[in-house]
Design a protein around this ligand. Structure first.
Ligand SMILES: [Zn+2]
Length: 144
């Protein structure tokens, strides 16, 4: 296990640019150079046409809430300080088939609903005992 677990591995090649973009305050997804399809989660070849060359593309950061839950009891001790938190899948406006695994922040979870418009925000993700943080794309309701 990496010593900085459970921080995401920002050096892992398939998602390195995702985390680098987040550190710049951008949400980026690989897009096929041949057919223009978004390929998320990153894959060796395009799920639409099989081409194997991608361009990381900055997205609007807007989407709709697809699914979520409220975690009230930490499964891993490192998450104890985080609860309650709201892991979620957000479908992006550019292509709702692109669903980002994220968290919903800055809202009362009882106000969430399917297809709620959300927008990306960037927050440091850190854990007790790890002297490093990762800027992560989270989402918050578009209204209030
Ligand atoms: Zn393609």
């Amino acid at each position: 296990m990496r010593p900085d677990f459970p921080l995401p591995d920002t050096e892992w090649e398939p998602t390195r640019e995702y985390w680098a973009a987040a550190a710049r305050g951008e949400l980026a997804v690989p897009r096929c150079r041949a057919c223009g399809a978004y390929a998320w989660y990153p894959a060796q070849s395009c799920p639409a046409c099989g081409h194997s060359s991608f361009t990381w593309t900055t997205m609007s950061g807007r989407g709709q809430l697809f699914a979520w839950t409220v975690v009230r009891h930490a499964f891993l001790p490192q998450f104890s300080a985080e609860v309650p938190y709201v892991p979620a899948l957000v479908a992006l406006d550019e292509d709702p088939a692109v669903r980002i695994v994220t968290r919903i922040v800055d809202c009362d979870p009882t106000h969430l609903s399917v297809d709620l418009p959300v927008r990306v925000v960037f927050r440091p993700l850190s854990f007790p005992g790890i002297d490093r943080e990762v800027i992560a794309p989270y989402f918050t309701p578009e209204q209030g």
